[in-house]
Design a protein around this ligand. Structure first.
Ligand SMILES: [Zn+2]
Ligand SMILES: [Zn+2]
Ligand SMILES: [Zn+2]
Length: 357
């Protein structure tokens, strides 16, 4: 379940409330500092009950949308800009099945399209969390128009429009309001600073400086955050490339396996040489004496069998050894991957590196 970030709360009292009032025992609390604690839960029900309790008590917290509830959102292209969103939804609903439920269609608007009052021929389509993205992308036609689908491009860092903190959205935020322009605790759209006021009046809640809003991309705090994110990305990339290296090691083991096979081939060549020798010898023998020929054939067969046994035993042992190595490497690789994959996916998800779906 997503972590719940909690600020300025009496953790001892909170833990008692979770245990006694909500009857939840399966949870963990990590206190990051005197003001900031993180609650981890195991089930969606527990997670939601704790969130509900925190909301009711007007606690300062933010969290993330659980995977089970994340709606699938894609951009639909190819439909005329003058279409009614409900009509598009109606058309989409005729294509629904068990793995496909459409919920909402809105027309995409950008800052520029709003100020210039123009409509764009792009629609944001929302489907239920368990809908199949591939099934949506396989819809190539809507109301006789050829359509295409695109993923929504997310901002490099998510910033909450309610509290201005990073990595979460206002829909999951129950922190006190912090105005993007003045830093005061008032609702969005109620700021006293107007566009006529100078930049000096602006106050950034992140770096605690006047002169720019909290959404300023050149803010030292924003840049620091971008740097952390880049470092995390690189670390994950490094992890992946290290895995590739262990994979390559494994492939190298594979090469030594092929070497073993090759050496077996060399032995086979020896065997072929031997056979050739045998044949020429047997030819010579045949030309001399039929009985001799019989004798040579017999000894040739015996020798061949012996050589084959010796080589095969050596090669099979080598191959078995290599296979055992490969299996061990695979087990290690698989174990490491499963140990880290959940953590990597969670980190990437929480920090918005991965698209939600
Ligand atoms: Zn927030
Ligand atoms: Zn303000
Ligand atoms: Zn700043």
């Amino acid at each position: 379940m997503p972590p719940i970030n909690l600020y300025n709360t009496d953790v001892v009292y909170l833990k008692k409330s979770i245990k006694n009032d909500l009857k939840i025992d399966n949870f963990l609390v990590k206190e990051l500092n005197d003001n900031h604690a993180v609650i981890y839960t195991k089930s969606l029900v527990d997670y939601k009950n704790i969130c509900d309790m925190l909301t009711k008590t007007e606690a300062n917290y933010y969290t993330y949308t659980p995977k089970e509830e994340k709606k699938i959102t894609l951009i639909l292209k190819g439909i005329n800009k003058n279409y009614n969103c409900d009509d598009i939804l109606h058309c989409l609903k005729t294509k629904e099945n068990e793995s496909l439920k459409f919920e909402k269609v809105t027309q995409l608007a950008t800052k520029r399209s709003i100020t210039q009052n123009i409509s764009l021929p792009y629609y944001i389509v929302q489907a239920s969390p368990n809908s199949s993205i591939n099934a949506i992308k396989n819809i190539k036609e809507i109301d006789n128009s050829i359509v295409t689908w695109e993923n929504i491009r997310r901002k490099p860092i998510q910033q909450c429009t309610r509290c201005q903190r990073f990595s979460h959205t206002a829909s999951n935020c129950h922190m006190d309001y912090r105005c993007v322009k003045c830093g005061e605790s008032h609702k969005i759209g109620e700021c006293k600073i107007t566009s006529e006021d100078g930049r000096d009046k602006l106050y950034c809640t992140l770096c605690k400086q006047h002169g720019h809003p909290s959404s300023y991309k050149n803010c030292t705090e924003y840049k620091r955050r971008m740097q952390i994110k880049e470092e995390m990305k690189n670390r994950i990339k490094q992890n992946i490339s290290q895995r590739h290296m262990s994979y390559n090691n494994y492939v190298q083991t594979g090469i030594s396996y092929s070497n073993a096979v090759r050496s077996n081939n060399i032995n086979n060549n020896n065997y072929n040489n031997y056979v050739q020798t045998g044949i020429s010898y047997s030819n010579a023998a045949r030309s001399n004496n039929v009985n001799n020929n019989n004798f040579v054939s017999k000894s040739y067969n015996e020798n061949t069998r012996n050589i084959n046994n010796i080589d095969n035993n050596n090669s099979i042992n080598k191959i078995l050894e290599e296979l055992r190595n490969m299996q061990q490497n695979f087990n290690k690789f698989e174990k490491q991957l499963s140990e880290h994959s959940v953590m990597i996916a969670q980190i990437m998800n929480w920090y918005g590196i991965l698209p939600s779906h």
